[in-house]
Write a protein that binds this ligand. Structure first.
Ligand code: GTR
Length: 432
């Protein structure tokens, strides 16, 4: 008995000292917020060795932050007549149309509207694709302009998960067929159909080449045959990126009439040149409620004025046909541009926009891509979205707000299965 009493008293004083020490520790240690900040991994920055080697290989291209010139971005919230935009309505009615027009006339070019007539033919249907987990359809799309026609295909996979309708990710395919193989003999992270289906999403794909072959001399083919290009287009006639984007809208037409697709949850996804196309598609076609551009860089998500990595001079020299002719006059004259790429992202508001970068993809300027997303916040804020911190996230840190998201993953310029997992996490959040 006595033993027990003593030991209880001993326990009591032990507890007293524990509490006292705990109080002492928390009174001198930093706050939880401070601790969290301190334990946070460092923001991404280019690996100095890689940056040095990169500049040595490509004289005249800069991938050091210290070489980014001072620049001032054009204001999103001031109209061309100098009026300040302070509400959603004023943005949508006054400023947004101006910004759309600036991108059409300066960067991507003006497109024909919807075709006179469009027909969708189911060429093939397999309800037992992917070991019964999905239904695979091959759909042929034919568009008419008077007597002229253009025909191309889309491959669609939908999950057989018992849900009546599925949200769908549409991928702009600029790669060889084996990178995006609908037979699934070859599987790649570029189009990880099995993983997309496993998460309850559907996915469709179409080839950009079917809309405008990815060559300098091909603008009069495909879409250029359906709609002969005007002789005097004043430098504003569509380039290949816009032609591919027109195709994405035709795929959307198919999905809008499909009984097993959730019409309000269709995303456009693209990597690199496909990522540039995805952003312009998101700006043009409000039926896409999530826009994901991966490694889109110059002419995509990256700010032109930073002149980091690929600049307008290089892109308009190697790929002049991607854009309208007018863009060429801004090579090495970025400060004269009446826009910058943050304004392209803002055109998507209040729909969801997601940007992915890769740590070694200096050519595409990850920081320029992220900064664009941060700056698009001027417009997203009008729709009650919260701001993003200007500090770069760490590698493999996903940063999101209600309507915008970003990640930078380790490795090179590519679209990989882990990029898809990140964007599907974001979709789970914004499309719940
Ligand atoms: C590069 C081009 C980039 C990017 C890439 C791609 O050569 O400079 O802007 O679009 O091609 O699409 O793979």
């Amino acid at each position: 008995m006595a033993m027990n009493l003593t030991s209880k008293r001993g326990q009591g004083s032990f507890l007293f000292w524990q509490i006292a020490i705990f109080l002492l520790v928390i009174s001198v240690s930093p706050s939880f917020a401070q601790q969290e900040a301190a334990s946070k991994r460092a923001p991404w920055q280019p690996d100095p060795e890689q940056a040095k080697a990169f500049e040595e290989r490509r004289p005249g291209i800069f991938v050091h932050e210290a070489k980014v010139p001072e620049y001032e971005l054009p204001s999103l919230l001031t109209t061309q007549e100098g009026e300040a935009i302070e509400s959603q309505e004023a943005w949508l009615i006054k400023r947004r149309p101006e910004v759309m027009r600036l991108f059409e006339h300066t960067v991507y070019g003006r497109l024909p509207g919807s075709p006179d007539r469009q027909e969708h033919e189911l060429l093939d249907r397999d309800e037992m694709a992917l070991d019964g987990k999905a239904t695979h359809e091959t759909i042929q799309i034919t568009c008419w302009n008077g007597e002229r026609t253009l025909t191309f295909k889309t491959e669609l996979f939908l999950p057989n998960n018992g849900h009546e309708r599925a949200p769908v990710f549409v991928l702009v395919n600029h790669r060889e067929t084996e990178e995006a193989d609908p037979t699934r003999k070859t599987k790649t992270g570029f189009w990880p159909v099995e993983e997309i289906i496993a998460r309850g999403y559907g996915t469709a794909i179409f080839r950009e080449d079917d809309l405008s072959p990815d060559r300098r001399d091909a603008l009069n083919e495909a879409l250029g045959t359906l709609y002969p290009r005007p002789k005097d287009g004043k430098g504003t006639t569509w380039g290949a990126l816009a032609a591919w984007s027109w195709g994405a809208s035709r795929v959307m037409d198919v999905l809008q009439t499909h009984a097993r697709v959730d019409h309000r949850k269709v995303a456009i996804v693209g990597h690199s040149r496909g990522g540039k196309c995805a952003l312009w598609t998101g700006a043009r076609d409000p039926r896409f409620t999530l826009v994901y551009s991966n490694g889109s860089g110059c002419g995509g998500a990256a700010l032109s004025r930073r002149r980091f990595g690929e600049r307008l001079a290089q892109i308009t020299d190697r790929f002049p046909f991607w854009f309208c002719e007018n863009l060429q006059q801004y090579a090495e004259r970025e400060d004269a541009l009446p826009l910058d790429q943050h304004m392209l992202l803002a055109l998507i508001a209040p729909r969801n926009v997601y940007i992915g970068s890769a740590a070694e993809d200096l050519w595409a300027d990850p920081k320029g891509e992220y900064t664009s997303l941060v700056e698009s916040g001027a417009v997203y804020r009008l729709f009650d979205d919260s701001p993003l911190s200007p500090e770069m996230p760490a590698v493999d840190e996903q940063r999101t707000t209600k309507m915008r998201g970003y990640h930078i993953r380790p490795g090179k310029h590519d679209l990989q299965a882990n990029d898809w997992q990140y964007v599907m996490d974001f979709a789970d959040q914004v499309w719940e």
